[in-house]
Design a binder for this molecule. Structure first.
Ligand code: NAD
Length: 239
């Protein structure tokens, strides 16, 4: 049986699928990932991206942080692709329980997914660091440079920067979903960002699928590896 047929068969048989994904899920929507050859990490900036999007850099140099963030990490025109759409449909059909994502772009929700666990937060939520007032992405974009609250406090996107910890509640819910899953599909992630990547170790079943266009550290442990673009792969599932 070919990889795609195997994937179709398992999806057909499963009723408790969990999807764990990363930046590669959104590249077909026009959002660059970090580690592909044309990803953010291979472009030239004054500082390496992992330095700019760290907590200490944000504190020290918010102007430069926001210049990079607004210019390179916000894609307001991006639309969900076939991967987002099929995952939303699988949930609607009662086959998929949760999408656990490292992405911050909100495209799973835009495609209609309901149970989305955002390990690294979302660009769509922003808070005043002084009074806690909420600001939408459009409000942030309408402010030049560093966005400030009407109270004078600096506004921070609700995204997890390097050096910051993950939300313990979301981590625990992710662990529970993965433990109970009858099928775990991992897609579009290099699985090198911890602790997020470590979550897949909680899977106890025998339908571990990796869909990625390049090799991942999980391939040798996977029950099925599908090499390709995730949107194209999902579009062939005919769901
Ligand atoms: P990564 O850049 O480290 O890895 C992306 C992986 O996806 C690579 O292995 C690449 O080969 C693969 N890939 C790229 N396009 C693909 C496609 N169309 N189909 C299948 N595979 C594809 O991304 P990561 O593992 O998610 O870790 C990077 C961190 O960057 C995350 O923590 C995330 O928060 C953040 N990030 C988010 C976004 C977003 O929200 N869209 C974009 C860039 C980075």
């Amino acid at each position: 049986m070919g990889e795609l047929e195997q994937l179709k068969k398992w999806v057909g048989e499963s009723s408790n699928i969990v999807f764990f994904g990363g930046a590669g899920v959104s590249t077909e929507s026009g959002i660059p990932d970090f580690r592909s050859v044309d990803g953010l990490y291979n472009q030239k900036y004054d500082y390496p991206p992992e330095t700019i999007i760290s907590h200490s850099f944000y504190k020290r140099n918010p102007e430069e942080f926001y210049r990079f963030y607004k210019d390179r990490m916000l894609f307001t025109d991006a639309k969900p692709n076939e991967a987002h759409r099929v995952l939303a449909k699988l949930e609607e059909q009662g086959k998929l329980r949760a999408v656990i994502t490292q992405n911050i772009d909100g495209l799973h929700q835009a495609a209609g997914s309901k149970e989305v666990l955002e390990l690294h937060g979302s660009v769509h939520r922003n808070y005043c660091t002084h009074c806690g007032k909420f600001y939408s992405l459009n409000e942030i974009l309408a402010m030049d440079g560093v966005p400030y609250c009407e109270c004078g406090g600096m506004i921070k996107p609700d995204v997890v920067l390097y050096e910051e910890g993950l939300d313990q509640g979301i981590l625990q819910r992710s662990v529970n979903y993965i433990r109970q899953a009858d099928m775990l599909i991992i897609g579009g992630t290099s699985l090198v960002v911890y602790p997020a990547a470590g979550l897949v170790d909680y899977y106890e079943g025998n339908k571990l699928v990796v869909i990625n266009k390049s090799v991942t550290p999980m391939d040798s442990r996977a029950d099925l590896v599908v090499t390709g673009k995730i949107g194209e792969v999902f579009s062939q599932l005919s769901i």
